[in-house]
Design a protein. Sequence first.
Length: 381
Amino acid sequence: MLAVHFGAGNIGRGFIGEILAANGYAITFIDVNETIIDNLKERKEYTIESADDSKEHITVKNVTGINNAKDPGDVVKAIVDADIITTAIGPNILPKIAELIAAGLEARHEAGNVKPIDVVACENMIGGSSFLKGEVAKYIKNEEFFTQSVGFPDAAVDRIVPLQKHDDPLFVQVEPFCEWVIQETTSKSDVHLDQVSYVPDLEPYIERKLFSVNTGHATVAYTGALQGYETIDQAMNDHLVVIQLKSVLEETGNLLIHKWKFDSETHEAYITKIINRFKNKHISDAITRVARTPIRKLGNQERFVRPALELTERHLSAAHLFETIGIVFNYDDPNDEQSRQLHQLLVEKELPEVITEVTGITDKDLVEVIDKNVKKYAFRA
């Protein structure tokens, strides 16, 4: 069986690649990183190390690579014979690979391969596969084949793969925990992967991950930066950071339980597991990596503003979320483009105007709440 996977970075190799290989797939990685692709083609295998006391090594075999910038035709040929297509390439890059995926799917149909196939975007976003479907559809000529034989089931993925550098460009270190959930109702193929959960409605699980792991990780990063720390594990040794994290996750937990009827005890155990993951001393994740792109993270549908608004609508407390939003507005990383942009906005415009522009919040009372929190932490930033 053949899997075509777009994105040969640490997440692609250390998470999606591991699970695909464990299910018996040969994997063709697609990327523009020449070093990684050349090594995959030459060596046909790579090593994953578990970031815990065991330091367990897993060898992923039967892999190769294609440089889609240099050899797009080879990517098309791979898609013709593929049994599944996956991505872990970044939300902003999905539109850039859409035309190539479409060409592969068209060639697949022309070659007489009528076997249904799923395209699963394993991205850190809500509705990644649905978004990719819309982008691919722009280049599809045979709409009947596309509609009947190609599925784009949305997925939720969760595994911490920290920024890292090794002498071996293929070696990757990952945390032991991983979760991959796929919405089976929009699948077209009969592929069911072991170690992957298939659910009829993915939205509760996407929001659980986004409002727990993503919101929590970012809370630690921004609060830790405020306290002067450089890595997530350092910040997690500060009780003030942990208190802020627990307070924020209690608020998002209240929303998830109220909205999706998650069992409270089960969710509490889920939160405890997340906090312990952030404390993992074997994962020294840079705060600058987790906290990058603050404007995006302050977006209306993102990890802080969206749950805060939904809690407010339900007359539930979001005080610590709004407090964290205030901390994010004060985040300062001169090496991050969005951080520089945010500070420039704050220099050029009045604070309430910037809050509305960045968060999309127009309610004057809520803007005032954020305004107070931004000013509360301004003297410390």
